[in-house]
Write a protein that binds this ligand. Structure first.
Ligand SMILES: [Zn+2]
Length: 256
């Protein structure tokens, strides 16, 4: 947007909501672009904005990804860098009168940092900053069953849905999973045992840097070739409709 267009937007919209997409620049296996998470977050943010008369501020492309630095191409911010970018962006928006900010985060590594930055910047600027949880929507037993956390079938499906021209499936022809977990947590992965939520957290806590347990960079046991674009579309539409509903509801509620 040009400055006058932005000014006109602010004059015509009583409840402006800014949407900040967050993702990462990190290795995504042999076949997905380094920017996968940021491209996916931006695509979601843009579609939510389009449907709700909101606007997108992509403040940065990298996120917090030290665990992927064993592979070339990963760019990681320090936690304080990422937090400062979020805080400065929220406070700048507040300066211009935009005090409702939605963070759309597509990279798990950002979660705690972004949540803290959201809280601190909201307090500093008198804004309301929402970052809907991305894990609340997933079934932990399902997580343990598939272990399809990164660059596997589900993320490949999403990438092919959103930016197929950047995906190089030739690079995973005849793919064999390379991930292996330490024996001490392997038994915890039984998806049918009770307390899957707690066990999923233990399994996550015992995984080190990506290159230490998967030479392909694909984090899990699914085959990227099994990516189902229609499945991805269904999940995408579901998350999109939730966020659209959230923003529409939010626009009817005045600032505290
Ligand atoms: Zn990703």
């Amino acid at each position: 947007m040009t400055r006058p267009a932005f000014e006109e937007y602010l004059e015509s919209e009583d409840n402006p909501v800014a949407i900040i997409p967050l993702g990462s620049i990190e290795q995504h296996g042999p076949h997905l672009p380094l920017g996968t998470d940021s491209l996916a977050a931006r695509a979601m943010a843009e579609e939510v904005a389009r449907r709700t008369n909101s606007f997108v501020v992509q403040a940065c492309m990298p996120g917090y990804s030290p665990h992927h630095m064993g592979f070339r191409g990963t760019i990681t911010f320090k936690p304080e860098t990422l937090a400062a970018i979020i805080e400065d962006t929220v406070e700048s928006l507040a300066h211009h009168g935009v005090k409702k900010v939605l963070i759309v985060n597509a990279h798990g590594g950002n979660r705690e940092i972004a949540a803290t930055a959201a809280r601190l910047s909201a307090r500093a600027s008198g804004s309301v900053v929402l970052m809907p949880s991305d894990t609340a929507l997933r079934d932990p037993a399902e997580l343990l069953r598939k272990v399809d956390a990164h660059a596997g079938a589900s993320e490949t499906g999403l990438a092919r849905l959103l930016f197929d021209e950047l995906v190089e499936m030739d690079r995973v022809r005849g793919f064999e999973p390379t991930a292996s977990f330490h024996d001490s947590v392997e038994a915890l992965r039984d998806p049918d045992a009770p307390n899957a939520t707690l066990r999923a957290q233990l399994v996550m806590a015992y995984t080190g840097d990506t290159h230490e347990f998967t030479s392909s960079g694909v984090w899990g046991f699914s085959d990227p070739n099994d990516a189902d674009i229609e499945d991805a579309r269904e999940g995408w539409e579901y998350r999109l409709s939730l966020l659209v509903e959230l923003v529409e509801m939010w626009k009817t509620i005045p600032l505290p």
